[in-house]
Write a protein that binds this ligand. Structure first.
Ligand SMILES: [Zn+2]
Length: 154
């Protein structure tokens, strides 16, 4: 399992660079390591900066599906937004409500090197936007209102 970097580490605030070569040994080792780390940490998503790599790579697990997004880019956002509660493995013990577009389309390269366009809404759209924010050095606490401690939940 990789070590998860927590706020206020400045790695979380840097802009990530595109993945140049998906087939490099480093990336091919990093993808399964990030998936394992996300699953063990019981997270729904993990962005590479959270494990100390400022590259555009994100893993997500949602409703039994696993998504590996390389060089992801949001290409469409709905006009309508929703407030929803978020937390982050890099900001332990804190939750807050964030206003985000309800639906998005995201373009990315998957782990096989295939160009993908995914339409997502509601919770999946929220997770994707949260993870892609990490690639821009943005944390949910920058956007959240009603921040609260979750430490009493263990
Ligand atoms: Zn996060």
């Amino acid at each position: 399992m990789l070590r998860i970097i927590t706020n206020p580490n400045l790695i979380l605030r840097k802009k990530s660079q595109p993945v140049a070569d998906l087939n490099s040994p480093e990336i091919q080792q990093l993808i399964p390591a990030m998936l394992e780390t996300m699953l063990k940490a019981d997270g729904v998503g993990l962005a590479a900066p959270q494990i100390g790599q400022n590259i555009k790579l994100v893993t997500i697990q949602f409703e039994g599906e696993t998504y590996i997004m390389i060089n992801p880019r949001i290409i469409r956002k709905s006009f309508f937004k929703d407030w929803g509660e978020e937390g982050c493995l890099s900001v332990p013990g804190v939750a807050g409500k964030v206003n985000r577009p309800r639906a998005i389309k995201v373009n990315f390269i998957n782990e096989k090197g295939e160009n993908q366009i995914l339409a997502a809404s509601k919770m999946l759209a929220r997770i994707i936007q949260h993870e892609l924010d990490h690639l821009d050095g943005v944390l949910f606490i920058d956007k959240a209102k009603q921040l609260k401690s979750t430490l009493t939940n263990g």
